[in-house]
Design a binder for this molecule. Sequence first.
Ligand code: ADP
Length: 395
Amino acid sequence: MWTLVVNCGSSSLKFALLNPATGETPLTGLAERLGSDLAAVRVDRREKRGTVPLPQGSYPEAFGVLLAELDALGLRQEVRAVGHRVVHGGDRFNAPVRITPEVLEVIRTCIPLAPLHNPANLAGIEAALAAFPELPQVAVFDTAFHQSMPPVAYRYAVPTAWYTQYGVRRYGFHGISHAYVAEEAARLLARDLTDLSLVTAHLGNGCSVTAVQGGRSLDTSMGLTPLEGLVMGTRSGDVDPGLPDYLAQEAGLTLAEITAALNRESGLLGLSGLTNDMRELEAAAAGGNTNAQLALESFVYRLAKTIAGMATVLGRLDALVFTGGIGENSATVRAATLARLGLLGFQLNAAANAQAVRGQGGVITSGGVPALVVNTNEERMIARETARAVKGAPA
Ligand code: ADP
């Protein structure tokens, strides 16, 4: 059974054709700069790789390219379902759902919570519905995994009316990745996921840490928006809520300017003044750049503190999982993080840690609580969830 996975950004469309059971992926593609003269689709299909220019093309044209590729593979008629990544499902969805007009309406009502992402996700769904009207389509939400958080984790200590009237609460993100690596970690440890208490750290350009007990999220570091929590590539993570008012007064900045700077000019980039790219930062830090060293140390410091906090939430820690571009590749960040977490009983295996790069996962400790590297695969998780949702519900 082939499942098509669609992941839309504000001017991009990522797609993959997958077998959810085996993970086989004969086709992947990325359409970028949609709506501009430079729009193009990069396609990777079995032995063939190439770029199809698509000037002024938007989501429907990108779908045209995708259909042609499916035809070239002879698999268009074999696609059984389409799975869509949707960033924000508010508190309405705690699991993937078959897309209906009512579901589309709820995704629309969540636009104020994810103004950049949900409109793009809807555009992708509409294009897919037009291209594959006969197929079941499923929405898989980044927020759904965290709907199992208890109120003590998701409520902010703010006026209750903000929560009841405006949905001001913590939602959490990266749920597809946290759920996937938790499942894979259980497999790697040969343990039953329902018996495991895990902390999962997704460290990419965006970063979040989740406490996962029995396969359910108990707490996570991102909140109402993906700005809360850890130091990230260009996002500040936690700051004093009094900061915007102070800066508005002192620097004459508007709220929009402050929010933009907290999202795009902060984090590793803000602290280092150099880059948001961990590879470049590690090289600069090793070369003696003190700003790069501070950025790296701050990243690790906040990460270790947050992991320890999540261990407290769980009460018992069976394993720590690293994933995302940094988690999967940076032996430096992993070693420095474990070194700060001696309290939790990690014993780093330096050789195993050094080897866990570029797609090579596995356990990186030699005793105590295991820490492991698991390569995330959000496309595969979306395909799995889509297959489950299609099986679970009548057409
Ligand atoms: P996104 O969140 O956009 O999907 P990724 O998960 O690909 O991003 O993570 C990107 C981050 O991973 C960047 O900071 C990048 O520098 C980092 N990264 C990738 N490879 C390495 C590496 N070998 N060593 C250190 N960091 C790496």
